[in-house]
Design a protein around this ligand. Structure first.
Ligand code: ATP
Length: 202
């Protein structure tokens, strides 16, 4: 299956762009949502997290103790790398299993991940899209969507690679700046991917 990775900074609108691809019948794997799910469901991963960060990483009902984990990995790069080294391979496994469930006549599939480049996940994709938007627009969107302060958004933004750095690694771009139509850009990319996917199969 031809695989397209899609990423973008917080509030860039990558999920919004994915929803348009879904309307076109393209299946989307939402890596960040899956990561949250498997941190409670993947037996190997749960065991790994408990062994690395203690049994108190989970409540008695099996739910993740986010506060405990965040307390350890916040401002501790080594601990964060350790957590990522457990979670990322588990997400890759989940993606492989998900790919098996896609109907054979599906032209291509999308993998949406905030850390597509940082996690190395892009290497398993045949091409990539970076969704971009001006800083102030991203800030406004996330404040409105999550009901948080500018400061809280900035802390999250600062932890991600900049658009400039990501753009060096991306193959395609969607400018979600509220000036250019996101739908038209997705439609143009869709045509391109249909062509590439056909060539990929032959
Ligand atoms: P995150 O990394 O935080 O999950 P994201 O990149 O997936 O963010 P979205 O959730 O798609 O971003 O978009 C952020 C918010 O901005 C959402 O509330 C969405 O509805 C809104 N939004 C996205 N694109 C546009 C647009 N072109 N016009 C107006 N609102 C938009």
């Amino acid at each position: 299956m031809y695989k397209v990775g899609i990423t973008g900074g917080i509030g860039s609108g990558k999920t919004t762009a994915c929803k348009v691809f879904e309307v076109l019948g393209i299946p989307v794997f939402y890596a960040d949502t899956v990561a949250k799910e498997i941190m409670c469901e993947d037996v190997l991963l749960v065991a790994g997290i408990k062994s690395a960060f203690g049994n108190e990483s989970y409540f008695e009902d099996g739910k993740l103790n986010n506060k405990h984990i965040a307390g350890i990995v916040f401002n501790n790069e080594e601990a964060l790398a350790k957590l990522n080294a457990l979670v990322h391979p588990a997400v890759f496994r989940a993606f492989d299993a998900w790919e098996e469930t896609i109907p054979a006549n599906t032209p291509y599939a999308l993998k949406e991940a905030a850390l597509l480049f940082e996690s190395g996940s892009y290497k398993m994709c045949d091409t990539t899209i970076l969704v971009t938007a001006p800083y102030e627009i991203k800030l406004k969107r996330v404040m409105q969507r999550d009901g948080v302060s500018a400061e809280q958004v900035k802390v999250r933004m600062d932890k991600q690679l900049s658009d400039e750095e990501k753009s060096k690694m991306a193959n395609h771009f969607i400018a979600n700046d509220e000036q250019q139509s996101i739908i038209e850009q997705v439609l143009a990319l869709h045509q391109e991917f249909l062509k590439s996917a056909k060539e990929f199969k032959n």
